[in-house]
Every structure is written in structure tokens, then in C-alpha cells.
Design a protein. Structure first.
Length: 337
């Protein structure tokens, strides 16, 4: 398989190996690396009927020295276990989670994109309820699987702002599963996302489900803004999915850029306080937000065509750490051969 690393998008690619483990009678088996990209599922699997499933997304980064960095994988493990608890699924111990990822990287080592291409190996851990069942309760058995594929740098010619539109729909309920990385939230977001794209926006912005007055999520990414006073602001709410990228930026804004960094309400009718805004998540790292359409007004932040200077600095700092060019805060990076 010949891969042009510079032309990769964010698309499924079948690599030779993945990891799979089964939970039954209260325990995980040892799991194994397999070539089979298909899961053999019982028709009664709760993942299919009642949405009892959760997932994670993280990347492996090819370093200049040829080794490979994993970024804050322990945080993905902790978050997957929080999602699992919310949906009554068994937790995957952190050691098992990290070991599975290392095995999948080692097995598919030739497909880790080389340093300098901007491409990375995207890793998808998945936990699903399976086994014979029809009633609405937790599954008798579970599958934990990890697969991966190389993906391209999201923005090829440098960070480019795009526009978003505020949606009337909600992706999560006030005390629902918004903070869990579960497929149901994504199922709910497909139609609003499609409607936003039909109006030539990248995606939609969700307001808080209780009052519809505050920004919660930007599509399937978290929101941040830089104020005129030079603060890094990101919303706080129990129905936002806690983005690891977001918490990393919050830390870097404070510790490396010397900004005041805060989680607080972001009223949709007070966007004038920001000079820059962005969406953040593992896939794109940062997507600068050019403007936001809300009812009849289109609010432009820094520029519709150029990334703002603070957003660019945050991006450079974070990606520098991920690819091993900058010193990471302690515990952020696991390097494998
Ligand atoms: C995964 C996800 C994010 C981004 O989280 P990261 O840990 O930064 O990748 C943001 N919002 C939603 C809804 C998500 O599912």
C-alpha cells in the first residue's frame, strides 16, 4: 500500500491490524490483535438498539527522531471510563487501554505518518454492549476494540477560518449524556450539522439546552474565545463534552502565553468582547472561527480569511508539544518506538 501522506484527508482506511477484547461474566479477556475489520455481533446487542456504546479519539504523532508520541492518552482512558459509568458499561482499566493502543500502533507501525507531513495516526477506541438481550437494561457482554488509520493535517495551507451558524436544535439535554462521548449525541447532531452545511456553514453552534442563551459546543468541538483584554475564555457546562484539546489550550494559554484563562458562561449576545474565536478538538486541533450567524446577524471575529495571532500561537505551542518539538508539561506525552 503506497500512501501519499500529504494528500490524506480524514477518511477511513483499512489498516492490517486492530485490537479486540471481550467482557463476559464480570471480566475482560486478554484481548488480541486481529486482521478482521468486521465485528460479529448478536442481533440483541444493546449498542444497536439502545445506544449503549461510547468511543474515544486520539492521535499518534511521528517525531523528528522517528519515534512516536501519544498525547495525553491517560485522559482519553479516564474520559472513556466516565462515559462507560454513565451508560452502565464496564470500565477498561487504564493499563489495558494504553497497552491496546501501543499494540495497535506497533502492529501498524509502517502507517504512522512521518514527521513533517502534518499527518498523524488517528486512533479510535470503541466500547459497545453486545450479547443476547431485548429488555431495556445493560448488556450481558461487551466488546472493546481499537483501530487506527493515518489522517491528513486538517488545514493544509495553514489555519483557515470558517463560519458557523447557531442551531435551534440541542445535541444534549441539561442532565443527559452531553458530557459522555457516546454515539447518541452524534446521532442527534447529524441533522443540525447537515442543515448548517446546506446553508454553507462548516457546522452549527449549540447553545445551552436549558436557556438557549450561551454557547456550548461548535459542531463536535469545544469553543474558545480570546477577549479584547487578552483572556482565554471557554464555556463551562455539565452538558459540554470535556475536550482534552480544550483543557490543554487552557493550560498553555495560562502557563506558556501568560494569558488569564477562564471557564465561564459565553452569552451568545455578547460576542463583541472577543477579538478571536476558535473550535478545538483532536481532529483539527484548532479551527479558527471566522464568523457566527445568530438569527439575523453575522458576527465576524478577527477576520473571515485570516487566523488571529493568539490562536496561531496556541496552535503552534500545542502541535509543537504533540510532535515532540517543544517541551511537554509533565505527563502529557508517552513516547514509543
Ligand atoms: C471528542 C469531542 C470533542 C473534542 O474532544 P478532544 O478530547 O479535544 O478530542 C468535543 N466535542 C465533542 C462533542 C466530542 O465528542
Amino acid at each position: 500500500m503506497e500512501i501519499n501522506w500529504n494528500e490524506l484527508g480524514f477518511d477511513y482506511m483499512k489498516l492490517p491490524y486492530r485490537f479486540i477484547a471481550h467482557w463476559k461474566n464480570g471480566a475482560w479477556d486478554n484481548g488480541q490483535i486481529t486482521e478482521d475489520a468486521f465485528l460479529h455481533l448478536h442481533e440483541g446487542s444493546t449498542a444497536l438498539h439502545y445506544g449503549q456504546q461510547c468511543f474515544e479519539g486520539l492521535k499518534a504523532y511521528g517525531r523528528k527522531d522517528g519515534r512516536v508520541n501519544l498525547f495525553r492518552a491517560g485522559e482519553n482512558s479516564a474520559r472513556m471510563n466516565r462515559s462507560a459509568r454513565r451508560l452502565l458499561m464496564p470500565e477498561v482499566p487504564e493499563e489495558m487501554f494504553i497497552a491496546a493502543i501501543k499494540k495497535v500502533i506497533a502492529a501498524n507501525r509502517a502507517f504512522v505518518p512521518p514527521y513533517g507531513t502534518g499527518a498523524t495516526l488517528y486512533i479510535r477506541p470503541l466500547l459497545i454492549g453486545v450479547g443476547p438481550n431485548i429488555g431495556v437494561h445493560a448488556a450481558p457482554e461487551y466488546i472493546f476494540t481499537v483501530f487506527c488509520m493515518p489522517v491528513g493535517a486538517y488545514f493544509k495551507g495553514g489555519l483557515t477560518p470558517t463560519n458557523f451558524i447557531v442551531s435551534d436544535y440541542d445535541r444534549a439535554a441539561p442532565k443527559g449524556t452531553g458530557a459522555a462521548k457516546v454515539g447518541g449525541n452524534y446521532a442527534a447532531s447529524l441533522l443540525p450539522g447537515k442543515e448548517a452545511q446546506a446553508h454553507n456553514f462548516s457546522d452549527c453552534i449549540y447553545l445551552d439546552p436549558e436557556t438557549h442563551t450561551k454557547i456550548e459546543e461548535v459542531g463536535s468541538a469545544n469553543f474558545f474565545g480570546i477577549t479584547k483584554k487578552g483572556q482565554f475564555i471557554t464555556p463551562k457546562s455539565p452538558s459540554i463534552l470535556p475536550s482534552i484539546t480544550k483543557y490543554s489550550l487552557l493550560y498553555l494559554a495560562k502557563e506558556r502565553l501568560g494569558l488569564e484563562a477562564l471557564e465561564e458562561d459565553v452569552p451568545i449576545d455578547d460576542l463583541n468582547r472577543f477579538t478571536e474565536a476558535g473550535a478545538c478538538g483532536t481532529a483539527a486541533v484548532i479551527s479558527p472561527i471566522g464568523g457566527i450567524q445568530y438569527e439575523d446577524t453575522f458576527h465576524v471575529f478577527y477576520s473571515e480569511s485570516e487566523v488571529g495571532p493568539v490562536t496561531q500561537k496556541l496552535y503552534d505551542e500545542l502541535t509543537g508539544i504533540q510532535f515532540g518539538d517543544k517541551t511537554p508539561p509533565s505527563g502529557w506525552i508517552i513516547t514509543v518506538d
